[in-house]
Design a protein around this ligand. Structure first.
Ligand code: IPD
Length: 302
């Protein structure tokens, strides 16, 4: 905090990184052998493990110590209203199905937002971090500060904190510039509702022959960070909740990209999230507007 940073964005980013990395280490190191499904939510496919709950409890506890005046909104039920006007939006494990199967593409997503995170378009992320403990990567950003990738070690692999370059980062992130749909590597995700998936499959079937290829990594927060890092050119998904996208959205925009809903001026919401470099974003948005208009089964599951 100071005249050049009146809101304390540098400190908020540092906290977001520390929280996401701490919870990331927890879920990686304390993943039980024979991890199972603790309960299901919206459908039989929408699962929660014991570690989703533990990770959220851990984050909630840290925030109670560090930021007692801020609100907290978490995927697994935390809803604490604060007095500061800031709310921490938590996804304790994004990509829970990947985690359940011990596939690497899951992450802890932590964002601090101003406004009302329960209403699309009524919140703005100030700082955020997405930590993927299986790749030892943490993607992070603060408003106006650029988007960055750093590395962190775990108990099993402490040396991984120095990253592939021999340093822990941070390295700057930048989206791609791909002006031709046929060259767009496009990430997406699917809902937990089988009916909704049928409509999403129609959209993918139409797009697949016309783009470079499709990727389905299984975690919206990771997909968004991959857009920011130029590992894919664009991403779209219906059914994302604010905790899936709050941190990743900031990482993309700070990497020079665009994140919207199904219109150029619409905010991302459960109805649709579209992200990419400006050119790929515009191309994908135009396609989705047409395709979703022709399919009657693409309603998000919520
Ligand atoms: C989500 C689910 C969904 C995928 C999303 C993820 P979560 O993870 O895996 O199928 O398409 O991209 O965010 O929130 O259920 O752990």
């Amino acid at each position: 905090m100071g005249p050049e940073d009146p809101v304390g964005l540098v400190e908020l980013e540092r906290l977001a990184v520390g929280l996401a990395v701490g919870a990331g280490r927890l879920v990686r190191q304390e993943r039980p052998d024979g991890l199972g499904v603790a309960r299901t939510k919206s459908t039989d496919l929408d699962v929660v493990t014991v570690m989703d709950t533990r990770s959220e409890e851990h984050l909630r506890g840290r925030l109670a110590e560090l930021r007692p005046h801020d609100g907290v909104l978490g995927e697994e039920g935390t809803g604490i209203s604060g007095t500061s006007g800031l709310t921490w939006v938590l996804d304790p494990i994004d990509g829970t199905v990947n985690y359940l199967y011990d596939l690497p593409g899951y992450a802890v997503s932590v964002a601090v937002v101003e406004g009302d995170p329960t209403t699309p378009g009524a919140w703005r992320p100030l700082a955020g971090a997405v930590a993927n403990p299986s790749t030892h990567e943490v993607f992070h950003a603060r408003r106006g500060g650029g988007a960055w990738l750093s590395w962190f070690g775990t108990e099993a692999d402490p040396g991984a904190g120095s990253g592939p370059t021999g340093k822990g980062g941070p390295v700057p992130l930048c989206v791609t510039d791909v002006p031709d749909l046929s060259q767009v590597l496009l990430a997406t995700g699917f809902a937990y509702d089988r009916e909704v998936r049928a409509g999403q499959a129609e959209v993918v079937a139409d797009l697949l022959p016309r783009v470079r290829d499709i990727r389905r990594a299984g975690a919206a927060a990771v997909d968004l960070c991959h857009v920011a890092a130029g590992r894919v050119d664009a991403y779209y998904e219906a059914g994302c909740h604010v905790w899936d996208i709050a941190a990743g959205t900031l990482v993309v925009t700070e990497a020079g990209g665009v994140v919207t809903g199904l219109g150029r001026d619409e905010p991302p919401s459960e109805a649709m999230t579209v992200a990419g470099g400006a050119s790929a974003h515009a191309l994908v948005l135009d396609e989705l507007k047409v395709l979703r208009g022709t399919s009657g089964r693409t309603t998000p599951s919520g």
